[in-house]
Design a protein around this ligand. Structure first.
Ligand code: IMP
Ligand code: MG
Length: 423
């Protein structure tokens, strides 16, 4: 079976740590979408490591990691990341596989991302500027180059052809930054990538499943950034939801087992777009400071707010979430009161649904207020050590979502996670 770990909000739910936590139960960890826009933070031997494209299972012996066809891959970032991971004594040629159908992010994709964002002015998406959207546009536009093409002797010719097309677009945007240094880096990284293990991803993964191996699909970004179901147009360019696992790896829907949804105990978003429960006051600032809410990829301050059950209910529905993990619960430790958004009020009418025009209508969140626990939870090792007020908060969320929170992450460390098996 293939289990999936997915973010249910706007990304940065702490998926990397959760994947790392569960990795030993699996034989293969696979990324199925997104690219270097993702930033999955892990603490290994007290060292902070941010992975962008390599699956978060890479620090486990005997676990194979696959970059699936649904990903858009930047060879430059990959090379840098591989160097970091290798410095821990990990042999990536053995435990990292890259699907040959994976599309490549070219230097001109990064330039186009930047040019397109600038041209949007005040309506800018807040893209990470990693070239994600132009790379996916070239995939659906049937222009893109794929990892397997690197092994073709005509790769450079194909690259030059596509680069010419991109240059016309860049000229249209009046974008005239010199990208020759990026290109130099790119071709060095391409050489490096050619020596990694490039496989036919769909046969590779299905062979593993036939052998009875256990596979974990690692999501990037979050459900509310999904290209179809997120807060369009303020979304990323891939399907971040369970359905993306099938098309991003080449596995059949019947093979999907558990869908593990990850949510923060509150809510954050980086970049532009609607965020109904955003707190622009000192409470929001307190969440940002205590939660250290600054982007792992871009360093940007994240927007912060209360947990939004309208959005979470939607994400549970779209993904078929069977288990929940709540992260960063300890960040709420010093708060006197906590609010939980249970519905939206739009034009005077209450609704429990995400509106189509979410980026245009004025949404007033309806809150239920809870007492905080005002106690330190970061050293708790088992459910009995957690304060009753936290249990009340968690049980309310469980009931509202119809799915139970099974784990609470109470700090960034590898061991700071509490199982709630008494449910
Ligand atoms: P892009 O994916 O770089 O095009 O960015 C589109 C939107 O998704 C922007 O608002 C980004 O801030 C957001 N985004 C992309 N990747 C992540 C992520 O891994 N975590 C949080 N937000 C992300
Ligand atoms: Mg992140």
């Amino acid at each position: 079976m293939v289990d999936a770990i997915l973010g249910l909000q706007w990304g940065d739910e702490g998926k990397g740590k959760i994947v790392d936590y569960f990795a030993n139960d699996y034989d293969l960890i696979a990324r199925f979408q997104g690219g270097p826009n993702a930033g999955h933070t892990l603490y290994i031997d007290d060292k902070k490591i941010v992975l962008h494209q390599i699956p978060s299972g890479v620090f486990h012996d005997g676990v194979i990691n696959l970059i699936g066809n649904g990903v858009v891959l930047d060879p430059v970032t990959l090379k840098r990341e591989c160097e970091t991971v290798s410095s821990f004594g990990i042999d990536l040629r053995k435990n990292l596989m890259i699907a040959e159908r994976t599309h490549l992010i070219l230097p001109t994709h990064r330039a186009l991302d930047k040019a397109a964002e600038i041209s949007k002015g005040n309506d800018k998406i807040g893209s990470t500027l990693k070239g994600i959207s132009p790379a996916y546009m070239d995939k659906t536009g049937r222009n893109g180059l794929r990892v397997g093409d690197l092994l073709d002797k005509n790769f450079t010719t194909s690259y030059i052809k596509l680069r010419l097309k991109h240059q016309k677009l860049l000229d249209n945007y009046s974008f005239n930054e010199d990208i020759s240094a990026w290109e130099e880096e790119f071709f060095e990284a391409v050489e490096f990538l050619r020596r990694l293990t490039i496989v036919n991803g769909e046969y590779f993964i299905n062979d593993k499943l036939r052998e009875g191996k256990k596979v974990l699909a690692e999501g990037a970004q979050g459900s509310m950034l999904d290209i179809d179901f997120g807060t369009f147009p303020f979304v990323t360019s891939s399907n971040t939801i369970t359905a993306g696992v099938c098309s991003g790896l080449g596995i059949a829907p019947q093979k999907i087992g558990e869908v593990i949804g990850v949510t923060k105990a509150y809510c954050t978003r980086v970049g532009g777009g609607p965020f109904p429960t955003e707190l622009k006051d000192e409470t929001g600032e307190k969440l940002r400071q205590i939660g250290n809410e600054f982007g792992a990829t871009t360093g940007r301050p994240r927007r912060c707010g209360w947990i939004d059950l309208v959005a979470l209910r939607f994400a549970c529905m779209i993904n078929g979430v069977s288990r929940l993990v709540m992260t960063k619960a300890d960040v709420l430790d010093p708060f006197e009161q906590l609010s939980v958004c249970t519905a939206y009020k739009i034009n005077g009418r209450e609704t429990q649904q995400i509106p189509f025009q979410i980026s245009k209508v004025n949404i007033e969140p309806i809150y239920q207020v809870f007492d905080g626990w005002n106690a330190s939870t970061s050293s708790a090792k088992s459910a009995v050590e957690l304060p009753d007020a936290m249990k009340t908060y968690v049980n309310f969320i469980n009931k509202q979502l119809g799915v139970n929170i099974q784990y609470i992450s109470n700090g960034p460390g590898r061991n700071q996670i509490v199982a709630l098996f008494d449910k």
